[in-house]
Design a binder for this molecule. Structure first.
Ligand code: GLN
Length: 223
């Protein structure tokens, strides 16, 4: 890279732009993922979702859906680890799906499609649904720090739960009996998310902690 290019990159970094956007890639689980400002930069704590699915779901054929797949980090990571599973990544953003599709190149057990959450998923058809949805509340100071990332991948209403409130009951309808729902949430949202699961009739609802020992995900089964 030339000096002018180097200076331009430094200027972008100084403005607070994530390194991942400047370089164009971010490491997550076992891969380097292409990223652009159309997608959230994959976070290390989200590896909890990958780890949990890999340990909870049997080998053999499984239909898995990743809602709000963004760069495809979760979907691609699990598809690469389990060739018997079939993974569908869904995102409302065409630009995100374009990136996710590139990240899925070379795998034949994955598809990426534009859609609104569970709208195009047949009822009772899926073994597992995973999501790292937007969960940051309106006016959260955090949103300013994250201003380079897509707001609709981060923000979810006054309590940050608008999206999870929509996904949980919809996901219940899409799951087979015995199917699991796994959702990432904010560090102070675990009890509320568990309540949303129970209201939607999920059973064996359990909270999980991330690598910083913060409450970070909830899972539950449709039994
Ligand atoms: N964990 C992200 C953060 O730092 C939020 C991701 C999300 O809303 N899904 O802020």
């Amino acid at each position: 890279r030339g000096m002018a290019q180097h200076d331009a990159m430094v200027a972008r970094r100084l403005s607070g732009e994530p390194i991942a956007y400047i370089i164009g890639t971010q490491a997550f689980w076992q891969h380097e993922f292409l990223v652009s400002p159309a997608v959230l930069v994959p976070r290390p704590e989200t590896e909890l979702l990958v780890e949990t699915l890999l340990s909870r779901l049997g080998s053999g054929e499984q239909q898995v859906v990743d809602l709000g797949t963004g760069s495809g980090a979760i979907a691609v990571s699990i598809a690469a680890e389990r060739h018997d599973w079939f993974v569908t990544g869904v995102d409302c953003s065409r630009d995100a799906i374009a990136i996710a599709t590139r990240n899925a190149a070379g795998l034949n057990n994955i598809e990426m499609r534009v859609g609104h959450w569970c709208d195009d998923i047949a009822s009772g058809s899926v073994d597992a649904i995973v999501s790292n949805p937007p969960y940051v509340r309106d006016n959260d100071i955090h949103l300013i720090k994250l201003s380079h990332e897509p707001i609709r991948a981060l923000n979810a209403g006054p309590d940050g739960l608008d999206t999870i409130r929509e996904i949980v009951p919809a996901a219940y309808g899409c799951l087979k009996t015995g199917g699991v729902l796994l959702i990432e949430h904010g560090y102070d949202q675990q009890e509320s998310v568990k309540d949303l699961y129970r209201q939607a009739r999920f059973q064996q609802v359990a909270g999980l902690k991330d690598l910083n020992n913060l409450p970070r995900a909830v899972l539950g089964y449709r039994l």
